[in-house]
Design a protein around this ligand. Structure first.
Ligand SMILES: [Zn+2]
Length: 237
């Protein structure tokens, strides 16, 4: 028999607080956490433009997502690695960020970053004086529950260095070394995946994506799942 450190009541079980006081503490902690959620959203790198309805200070979390079918689909698939394709304006980024904000409110650690920005960090890591620059770079991902990699197609120059980074990222996701979920967003076209991972790595890359990701295309009316590796040939390879 223990006595509660707070109210002094005897109670069965472990810990310092009786169930009632523990409940109260948990509620207080959660209320305090929720007050800080806007800061955590900032720290996650979610751009303001994806947080509010245009020209207002109404957050999408309060008012609802800007593109409902896309946001709903992503939320339903939030436990998966995702590759999301769609033209500009279809709501890839706002929908992924909407899900991200809800995940942050549910205590998940998220980072949103554009591929171009991540490439800068990768270059810095590789040219730094530290012998462990590359490990440190990937080490940052170990603290995350989610990495949202936006603008993965176009804009960024196709370089050997980028392919190496993307392959390493895909490897660590596929092997389970990285526990986070990776959401890759872009306007994928034929050849886009080759550009990201390298033509010479096409088969293993596509297979890893097929096995570890849900791929979907967003249009203005629907979200359609697609496959990057032929399903029927899976066993013959
Ligand atoms: Zn108590």
């Amino acid at each position: 028999m223990y006595c509660c450190m707070k109210c002094g009541m005897p109670f069965d079980g472990n810990g310092y607080l009786c169930p009632m006081c523990q409940n109260e503490e948990d509620r207080k902690y959660e209320a305090e956490f929720q007050l800080h959620v806007p800061e955590y959203i900032d720290e996650a790198g979610i751009p303001d433009g994806y947080r509010y309805w245009r020209g207002t200070n109404l957050s999408t979390v309060e008012k609802g997502p800007i593109v409902e079918h896309a946001a709903e689909w992503i939320w339903q698939h939030r436990k998966d690695n995702l590759l999301i394709s769609g033209k500009t304006g279809m709501g890839k980024s706002t929908s992924a960020c909407y899900a991200a904000m809800r995940l942050i409110a549910a205590h998940k650690v998220v980072r949103y970053v554009k591929l171009q920005r991540l490439m800068c960090e990768w270059s810095e890591a590789r040219t730094s004086d530290s012998a462990f620059g590359e490990q440190e770079f990937f080490g940052r991902f170990r603290k995350l529950d989610y990495l949202i990699l936006d603008e993965a197609v176009g804009k960024v120059k196709d370089t050997e260095s980028r392919r190496e980074m993307m392959i390493e990222l895909l490897d660590e996701i596929a092997s389970g070394e990285l526990k986070m979920r990776l959401w890759i967003l872009g306007n994928f076209r034929p050849g886009s995946i080759d550009a990201l991972f390298g033509e010479e790595n096409r088969d293993p890359s596509l297979r890893r994506i097929e096995e570890n990701f849900v791929c979907a295309g967003i249009t203005d009316t629907e979200v359609e799942v697609f496959h990057v590796w032929p399903q029927t040939e899976k066993t013959s390879n």
